[in-house]
Ligand binder design. Structure first.
Ligand SMILES: NC(=O)c1ccc[n+]([C@@H]2O[C@H](COP(=O)([O-])OP(=O)(O)OC[C@H]3O[C@@H](n4cnc5c(N)ncnc54)[C@H](O)[C@@H]3O)[C@@H](O)[C@H]2O)c1
Length: 310
């Protein structure tokens, strides 16, 4: 089976290429605006851009499965450059989706975000209202509608994962709150918490994330799934976890400083008591998260040389 992975030089993409490359004929593309992984095993990541229609037609041609991960990630990038973000996320997804229809692709998988729930109530299932707050969540939600339209109008088999905060180490790592706090502890720096630290997030390890994509491809699945773990933690919870693991493994803890809220998190999810319902992906794909934040933090503290952020 021939699989295209966009955003393949990035955090999730490079790890997905590494996971699929032995079982599938993988083509990997990225514009290297953020990701820098040029080669994964015997796979070379080709320099192509999902906002260039001619590139998109070429990359999708002959593929059975398309995994579309390319695009701006994160709140600040989308808030600071809304026009660029709209082109990058929404136009890019439209090009990929329409080219997939024209090329007769059998399955299109898309990395959406739990930020589409933005203002939703505490308990969030796939049936909860889509209520994004900031540009990032709005563009992810709009992109979902592009896929859903192709599903209904053109019969394209689409699968959407609404991912929570992806952390941990795959082929590369990312500057997530879990990684950043672990690095600060390793450097014996004081940890900075913005605002009260009571804002909560759900976490899913990158290796669990790519396993969900692999399962979905193996099964040829379509549909819409929350992709997260049972671990919904506040920033204060993570600080306690990191300091506690440090105390047991390294024999010290670091001080915690509080600074005024920078506001970015409020543009993602409003609720401070998020409970993410992941029963659908467990039931239908047989997927469940295997990694824990505590276990990952302990690995990072025990093996700092291999756990640094890019
Ligand atoms: N990491 C998370 O916590 C998380 C959570 C929810 C959703 N997502 C989504 O999952 C996807 C992958 O996330 P990630 O963490 O690996 O991000 P990432 O930034 O590490 O990877 C995205 C890759 O896309 C590439 N890219 C950007 N614009 C492009 C374009 N126009 N053409 C081709 N390549 C382009 C970048 O260079 C980068 O390598 C993103 O779409 C992201 O929004 C991520």
């Amino acid at each position: 089976m021939k699989v295209l992975i966009t955003g393949a030089a990035g955090f999730i993409g490079s790890t997905l290429v590494a996971t699929l490359r032995n079982d599938y004929d993988v083509r990997a593309i990225d514009n290297f605006s953020v990701g820098h992984v040029r080669r994964i095993g015997d796979i070379t990541v080709e320099e192509m851009d999902v906002t260039q229609l001619e590139h998109v037609e070429e990359m999708v041609c002959g593929r059975d499965v398309v995994v579309h991960l390319a695009g701006y990630t994160g709140i600040p990038a989308c808030e600071n450059d809304p026009e660029g973000a709209a082109r990058n996320i929404l136009v890019g997804t439209k090009y990929i989706t329409e080219a997939s229809v024209r090329a007769g692709v059998k399955q299109l998988l898309f990395s959406s975000s739990f930020a589409v729930y933005g203002d939703a109530p505490t308990h969030v299932s796939e049936c909860s209202p889509v209520a994004p707050i900031g540009m990032y969540g709005n563009l992810r939600a709009a992109s979902e509608y592009v896929l859903l339209a192709a599903r209904h109008l053109d019969g394209l088999n689409t699968l959407i994962f609404r991912q929570t905060n992806v952390y941990g180490k795959g082929v590369t790592t990312k500057r997530t709150v879990v990684n950043l706090l672990s690095e600060q502890v390793l450097k014996r720096e004081a940890i900075t918490v913005y605002g009260t630290g009571e804002q909560v997030r759900n976490f899913v390890h990158v290796l669990d994330t790519v396993r969900a994509y692999k399962l979905a491809i193996e099964r040829g699945s379509g549909g819409l799934y929350n992709l997260g773990s049972a671990e919904t933690l506040s920033v204060n919870d993570i600080v306690r976890t990191v300091n506690d693991a440090s105390y047991h493994l390294l024999g010290y803890q670091v001080p915690v400083e509080h600074k005024p809220d920078r506001g970015a998190g409020k543009r993602e999810i409003a609720s401070t008591e998020l409970v993410l319902d992941v029963r659908k992906v467990q039931r239908e794909l047989g997927w469940t998260a295997e990694h824990t934040v505590r276990g990952t933090v302990e690995q990072m503290l025990a093996a700092p040389a291999t756990a640094g952020a890019r």
